[in-house]
Ligand binder design. Structure first.
Ligand SMILES: *Cc1c(COP(=O)(O)O)cnc(C)c1O
Length: 386
């Protein structure tokens, strides 16, 4: 597969700042222009595009045959909520591995859906404890499923999904993965990593626009999931049946976002799929971390835990550093960054994903350099001891 360099959305063409965020992201002009049509939801060409999109997503997960992709209207959280509600039976129990706010959100989903749950929590800069997972599964036979976040976007940490999957499988339980911010850039292959379902969305590493999520589901589990769901609109079994039987959605599909993702996946394949996209994001991440460290900024995570998706930096200790001013001046220079949402440290985040290349990241680093000079900030090291 060729590692084609993809078209870049020149900021001058759209006039938009580049989004160094966890999504929505900067997308290519070709993805945006794919949406300049009106389709009816029964349009034969749309039905073909939707089917091909579903197949290509399953292929990217190494999941052709045993698994099937079920899209779900709404943001990524709708897909996670549909996954938990559809796969955890009403008398099942979900063990949630929490090291950030997306793990916390899964717990809230269980509370709304009325699913029994337990949590194993580690700090935001610490991966789940495999030994404790093993012990919990041994001790509590009521647990039917385990939930893990692949890349916890709260900190940017990469959780060891393959290792977790082995432990879960060895106890005969099933794994649900929130791979929202990792899928398409960090490999996960259904032939090696046993998951029952994996959720992601249109506006993260596949570089489409927001509007829907999708769940790569084990077919045997979907077949058994009839009647589990707590909400009609979030019932993946029902959604799947409609798509298989008629090729159509039960309720209005986000057609423009689907056509845009179909186009984005063509570009993803041209870039070399997960390998090519992951390499570009690793290059972006390295340019970012090297550039920021050269100015004295400190990352929350050591490099071995850092996913090449989004990087958390400690707030500088310099009293002249005011985050809102820093943020606004960077935006004026054409770069949008992201506030932190850690509980363990005062921080901000800069993303590496979307249609951006290392030269864009170096542009952002240069904008940071100019901005801190303007503010008179000289001490960029962590406010609290790192
Ligand atoms: C983005 C993201 C989600 C979904 O968030 P939405 O705002 O609902 O799209 C879920 N989990 C993770 C890890 C994410 O990064």
């Amino acid at each position: 597969m060729a590692n084609t360099r993809l078209p870049v959305p020149a900021a001058s063409e759209s006039g938009d700042p580049l989004l160094l965020t966890p999504g929505p992201l900067t997308t290519s002009n070709t993805v945006k222009t794919a949406m300049l049509h009106d389709w009816g939801s029964r349009d034969a060409e749309f039905i073909r595009i939707n089917k091909e999109m579903r197949e290509r997503i399953a292929e990217a997960a190494g999941a052709t045959g045993m698994h099937v992709t079920v899209p779900m209207q709404g943001s990524g959280t709708f897909a996670v909520e549909a996954m938990i509600g559809t796969f955890v039976p009403r008398d099942g129990k979900l063990l949630i591995l929490i090291n950030g706010s997306y793990g916390q959100r899964a717990k809230k989903i269980c509370q709304y859906a009325g699913r029994a749950h337990a949590a194993l929590e580690t700090p935001e800069d610490t991966p789940p404890d495999i030994g404790k997972l093993d012990a919990a599964l041994k001790a509590d036979k009521a647990i039917t499923h385990v939930f893990v976040v692949h890349c916890e976007t709260t900190s940017g940490i990469l959780n060891p999904v393959a290792e977790i999957a082995r432990v879960v499988k060895s106890h005969g339980r099933r794994l649900l993965v929130d791979s929202m911010s990792a899928f398409g850039a960090i490999p996960i292959d259904a032939r090696e990593v046993a998951f029952e379902a994996l959720a992601s969305s249109s506006n993260k590493c596949l570089e489409g626009v927001p509007g829907f999520g999708f769940i790569v589901c084990a077919k045997d589990a979907l077949e058994k999931a009839k009647g589990n769901a707590h909400a009609l609109s979030l019932d993946l079994h029902d959604q799947w049946q409609a798509l298989e039987n008629t090729g159509q959605y039960r309720f209005t599909p986000p057609i423009h976002a689907i056509v845009a993702l179909h186009k984005a996946i063509e570009e993803f394949i041209a870039e070399g799929g997960v390998q090519g996209r992951g390499q570009r994001y690793r290059d972006n991440c390295k340019a970012l971390v090297d550039g920021m460290r050269a100015m004295g900024f400190e990352t929350l995570l050591p490099d071995r835990l850092q996913a090449p998706i989004i990087v958390t930096f400690h707030m500088p200790r310099d009293p002249k550093f005011h985050f809102q001013t820093f943020y606004d001046r960077l935006k004026d220079r054409g770069y949008v960054i992201y506030p932190g949402k850690l509980t363990v440290a005062d921080s901000f985040r800069i993303g590496c994903i979307g249609r951006l290349y290392p030269e864009h990241i170096m542009g952002a680093v240069e904008a940071v350099r100019e901005t801190i000079a303007e503010l008179g900030v000289t001490q960029c090291g962590a406010r609290k001891a790192a």
